[in-house]
Design a protein around this ligand. Structure first.
Ligand code: DC
Length: 225
């Protein structure tokens, strides 16, 4: 059967990963969390003691990286760095900020482009990120730009972190979200923006169930399931 692809882009905390995962499950597609791949590169940069401003050194490091992606028995995407399962380590708050910085480096984006496209060649995917509909999979069957007000996103992030047993303070998270949006939107290469042919879904007033329903509706309008 021909592979189908659904691209979901949007800022941090819009509910992308939760919704993309659920959508993939409902459709029987593979869920690819591209942010996790950027986070893995960021963790490697951090562990190598390289400053993100040192583009030359970061670029050099890329050639030596052993990054692998796999799916556990639970169907969850796992990231491996030099054979070590770093799926949990890449969720640390510090890595979020670094991921946003390394993702602005052209060499990093080039390096990860093939990695991401390969997944969509081999499987029907729901892929989420910042530039999936614009750069990675411009020919995606369905493109969705998912967003929500910064305050709503911060509130969700705080809950999510607390559920994972991590410390989270609303004001700090909100400030970081606004800062990260700015960084992701203003970078010259592959900035976060809605593809012209992407449907806009604002989840500020929607709960998870309603958001998933709206997503499924958008998908059904575009592909025969
Ligand atoms: O979605 P996330 O928070 O896990 O993403 C981490 C960072 O990676 C985010 O600040 C932007 C960057 N990113 C990107 O530039 N392109 C993608 N396709 C996915 C993530």
């Amino acid at each position: 059967m021909e592979k189908k692809s659904i691209a979901i882009d949007g800022p941090a905390g819009a509910g992308k990963s939760t919704l993309a995962r659920q959508l993939a499950r409902a459709l029987g597609f593979l869920y690819v969390d591209t942010g996790a791949i950027y986070r893995t590169v960021a963790l490697a940069v951090l562990r190598a003691g390289i400053a993100t401003e040192d583009v030359g050194k970061v670029s050099q490091l890329l050639g030596t990286l052993d990054i692998r992606m796999d799916y556990g028995q639970d169907g969850e995407q796992r990231m491996f760095l030099s054979g070590e399962d770093v799926s949990k380590a890449i969720r640390e708050h510090q890595v979020s900020g670094l991921a946003s910085k390394v993702s602005a480096i052209p060499a990093v984006r080039d390096f990860l482009l093939d990695f991401q496209r390969r997944q969509a060649r081999e499987h029907s995917v729901v892929m989420d990120g910042r530039d999936i509909g614009t750069v990675v999979l411009p020919e995606a069957d369905v493109k969705i730009f998912l967003t929500a007000a910064p305050e709503a996103r911060a509130k969700r992030r705080v809950l999510e972190l607390r559920q994972r047993g991590q410390q989270a303070e609303f004001d700090t998270i909100l400030r970081d979200i606004i800062q990260r949006d700015k960084q992701d939107e203003q970078r010259p290469i592959a900035p976060l923006r809605r593809a012209e042919d992407a449907a806009l879904l604002d989840t500020t007033q929607l709960n998870l169930e309603q958001s998933l329903e709206a997503l499924l509706q958008l998908v059904k309008e575009k592909i025969n399931l």
